[in-house]
Design a protein around this ligand. Structure first.
Ligand SMILES: *Cc1c(COP(=O)(O)O)cnc(C)c1O
Length: 393
């Protein structure tokens, strides 16, 4: 009998779409060890370099001393330990909402929350470049799913009109991100909120790549634009700038209580480990402190430096101002992106090639992320290498 999986894998390889794991033999940071070498790491979402921060490590160790390592049960059974409630209190305060709820990942937050908000017969309007977790949550809900072209307010308005005509009286949920994970650009939040108010409906904003990066004390795009009160559901993750693991939803007390009763990925999954929760709380406390704000401003110095040194060609075509810590170098061809990634790796840089289905076919790219921990000369050296390589293309 022929091996089905072997054939499928071969088909992936032929199209340069096969993926492989890479062993990292060190903690996360501006430099990591892999394959017996140290590489400068421009691949992670550890924007503030908190993943191996002594404050977070100490918080985790102290929590292990007090609470051990396991959550024991689902949060609704006996898994809600003091760190969980402390973290949720701190998140709500930081985000300026009535309440917050944590999940074991951002993916689980999306998968549990969207189906709790809308169901069969309701309508979800989702930006084309939304993260897989949002798409999967939308599909799982059973609601009618309409995708609008990226940041296209005219098309969104058309969809809203259509929803009102064809699905009068049904709930409408608009889903988008504040910073798009593979493109690094932002949603036009103010205009989105205007539309939402005109037509009615709920807005879920995924702030995964904005928290810790954008807004006062890294509170995200909604806070930066003073629109917190108008975003019904603020989603985020503790696993990127906050350096740990887990997802969260910040919203009204009623909506959070509803999630506690209806979000299946919350109800039917063991509580996140107390040590990780305690580390995440230390990260939120850090961000809210003057030192945290200093770290965030340092990140923006690095972002501006990257903006300044990157070749002006494909990269940086957007505008004179960077939107986030994510810089996509869109190459197009999948194999070309892989070749560039390995050329950069032989020069000592880890920059991932992002391919279909993470991005559209034929829009493969190198996704460069900068962090507060990068040194100026590391950024300069990367940009020089990119210049050399792109001249050869
Ligand atoms: C990473 C990411 C998630 C998932 O968060 P995890 O905590 O890694 O599961 C959700 N949404 C967006 C936009 C992301 O980039």
């Amino acid at each position: 009998m022929r091996d089905f999986f072997e054939e499928q894998l071969k088909a992936l390889r032929v199209r340069s779409l096969d993926r492989h794991l890479r062993e990292i033999c060190s903690a996360q940071g501006a430099e990591i060890e892999t394959g017996g070498r140290r590489l400068v790491n421009f691949s992670s979402n550890n924007y503030l370099s908190l993943a191996n921060d002594p404050r977070l490590r100490e918080a985790a160790l102290a929590a292990i001393g007090e609470f051990g390592v396991g959550g024991g049960a689902s949060r609704l059974i006996s898994g809600t330990q003091s760190p969980h409630l402390r973290l949720e209190g701190a998140l709500a305060k930081w985000k300026g909402t009535e309440a917050a709820l944590c999940f074991s990942s951002g993916y689980a937050a999306a998968l549990g929350t969207i189906p709790a908000l809308v169901t069969k017969g309701d309508v979800i309007l989702l930006d084309k470049l939304c993260h897989a977790s949002l798409i999967d949550g939308a599909k799982l809900s059973g609601a009618i799913l309409r995708v609008f072209p990226h940041n296209d307010l005219g098309k969104l308005e058309g969809h809203l009109q259509w929803s009102h005509g064809e699905h009068a009286g049904k709930r409408i949920l608009i889903v988008t991100e504040s910073v798009f994970s593979m493109d690094g650009d932002r949603a036009p939040l103010r205009e989105l909120i205007e539309l939402k108010k005109r037509f009615g409906g709920l807005l879920l904003l995924d702030e995964a790549h904005a928290v810790g990066v954008i807004g006062p004390n890294g509170r995200g795009l909604a806070a930066a634009e003073n629109l917190n009160k108008h975003v019904d559901v603020q989603m985020g993750t503790l696993s990127k700038a906050l350096g740990t693991s887990g997802g969260y939803i910040c919203s009204s007390r009623n909506l959070i209580d509803w999630l506690i009763n209806r979000a299946r990925s919350f109800i039917y999954s063991t509580a996140p480990p107390p040590a990780i929760v305690a580390a995440a709380l230390a990260a939120v406390d850090f961000l809210a402190s003057p030192e945290g704000e200093e770290r965030r401003l340092l990140l923006w110095k690095r972002i501006r430096l990257m903006q300044e040194f990157l070749p002006r060609s494909e990269l940086n075509k957007t505008s004179s101002d960077a939107y986030s810590a994510i810089f996509p170098w869109i190459v197009g061809d999948e194999q070309a992106a892989l070749d560039l990634a390995s050329a950069l790796q032989s020069e000592g840089f880890l920059v991932p090639a992002i391919r279909y289905p993470t991005v559209a076919k034929g829009s493969a790219r190198l996704r460069i992320t900068v962090t507060a921990a990068h040194q100026d000369d590391q950024i300069r050296a990367l940009c020089e290498a990119i210049k050399r390589l792109s001249a050869k293309l």
